[in-house]
Design a protein around this ligand. Structure first.
Ligand SMILES: [Cu+2]
Length: 182
């Protein structure tokens, strides 16, 4: 008899509480639903407005920058093209050619140079007779007596075979050439 009492009390209490909860839940939900709806819609509107303003600003800036960045890689291509062009023409470093004059010949008789290259020609008469190192229209040592030397300079402007000779003894007897290549 003692045990059933608490059990019935618990059951009764549980029923009452559940009934109260249902009643309260039903009434409170109806009452609170109206005031809650307003703030909810307001916040929803604010969220939409913010999203709209954000989305509007983003697309405007993005497209403007994107097209500019896309063509940018193109300029990188012209750079390699312009780099190789200038160096080759100005490349030839100055050179010095040494020519000895004997009786009756030049040594060596065949020399070479590059277009646009600064060419120093050192001529020395090691023979017993006077000679000259002469390129018509070009450099000319004039008469060099035995033991005399001359330092001449020229810069060939085009490819050619430059013939040098001795004005004293003539090209038929004493001559040589400088081959100028591009
Ligand atoms: Cu000569």
């Amino acid at each position: 008899m003692k045990l059933p009492r608490p059990a019935s009390v618990l059951l009764a209490t549980t029923l009452l509480l559940s009934a109260a909860l249902v009643g309260c839940g039903g009434s409170s939900s109806k009452t609170a639903s109206e005031p809650t709806a307003s703030p909810a819609s307001a916040s929803a509107t604010a969220t939409v407005a913010a999203a709209t303003s954000t989305s509007t600003a983003a697309p405007t800036t993005a497209p403007a920058v994107a097209p500019t960045n896309t063509p940018a890689p193109a300029p990188a291509a012209p750079a390699p093209t312009s780099t190789p062009v200038p160096p080759p023409p100005a490349a030839p470093a100055p050179t010095t050619l040494s020519v000895s004059i004997v009786d009756f010949a030049f040594s060596p008789t065949s020399l070479s140079a590059r277009v646009g290259q600064t060419v120093m020609v050192n001529v020395r008469n090691t023979g017993a007779a006077p000679h000259s190192f002469t390129i018509d229209g070009g450099i000319d040592s004039g008469i060099l007596n035995p033991g005399q030397s001359a330092a001449l300079s020229m810069t060939p402007s085009q490819a050619a075979i430059l013939r040098f000779y001795c004005k004293v003894h003539g090209a038929a007897t004493m001559s040589g050439q400088i081959a100028v290549t591009p």
